[in-house]
Design a binder for this molecule. Structure first.
Ligand code: SF4
Length: 258
């Protein structure tokens, strides 16, 4: 996935396990025992670079849940625009659930794949209402992280990232959302192997870090920011990266850096 890499990746026998050895010539080996310490070091350096992150709920849970569905493959600006258009046009969750699907699709059209997301949102709302008698998710606060995760994952259109965002951001549960930036930076640094997919990355990275919600929140937000600003998809700006000496990609002589 790292486009600038020149070296050809070799086969790995256990692609969803932490501590994979990097490819020959891709920097120092990622020793499994060293990974929790490296993950913490990454966290501390990004904290210093981007500052502390107050862990406060940014949105109420239903807003977080539906916004996250709208955010899939969509910029933050368009996600926000789609959400505001939807609320302005329909007003409340009950009306959105029963709206004409073509009208809902039109309202959320700034979000990509609106024609898929509109019926998904309605199915999600229907499921929540049928199971809870309304659209209030505050009961999740009284559940364990495992219970809350299982409840959310049972909703149509809700995956691990969305469920983790709701549980961490709104209820301070010790889980870690892994978006495309967290995933890419973690792979390049060597915290996860090159073939570890997003779903497995949630479990592997969470096991590496302390079960401390403010720390997990800061790790998520700062890794995301680092992936947007420095370790970008097309160009890893290693020459100005604070992680370079603890990063497999950054310490390798065989990778393309900027
Ligand atoms: S050193 Fe390079 S590859 Fe590693 S995290 Fe920094 S920018 Fe990304």
């Amino acid at each position: 996935m790292d486009r600038p890499t020149r070296t050809r990746r070799s086969r790995s026998p256990a692609t969803d396990q932490p501590g994979l050895l990097p490819e020959p010539g891709e920097g120092k080996p990622s020793n499994a025992a060293d990974l929790p310490a490296r993950a913490l070091e990454v966290h501390h350096r990004l904290q210093r670079e981007y500052g502390g992150r107050d862990h406060v709920p940014r949105r109420e849970p239903m807003h977080e849940l539906i916004s996250t569905i709208l955010s899939q493959r969509t910029t933050w600006r368009n996600e926000d625009l789609a959400y505001r258009r939807m609320i302005e046009r329909f007003g409340d969750w009950e009306t959105i659930e029963h709206a004409d699907v073509a009208e809902l699709t039109d309202a959320i059209s700034p979000s990509n794949y609106a024609e898929v997301k509109a019926p998904n949102i309605q199915r999600t709302l229907r499921c929540i209402r049928e199971r809870r008698g309304g659209y209030d998710l505050s009961f999740l606060a009284d559940m364990t992280p495992e219970e809350g995760m299982a409840w959310l994952l049972d909703l149509p259109g809700v995956g691990l990232k969305t469920a983790s965002l709701v549980l961490l951001f709104c209820f301070a549960k010790p889980v870690l959302p892994v978006d495309t930036h967290v995933h890419r930076v973690s792979q390049r640094v060597g915290l996860i192997g090159p073939k570890v997919m997003h779903e497995a990355a949630h479990r592997i990275l969470l096991a590496m870090l302390p079960p401390d919600p403010p720390l997990l929140y800061a790790f998520h937000v700062n890794m995301l920011r680092h992936g947007q600003k420095v370790c970008t998809f097309s160009r890893p700006y290693c020459s100005r990266c604070v992680l370079r000496d603890v990063c497999d990609y950054g310490t390798s002589p065989d990778t393309v850096k900027y």
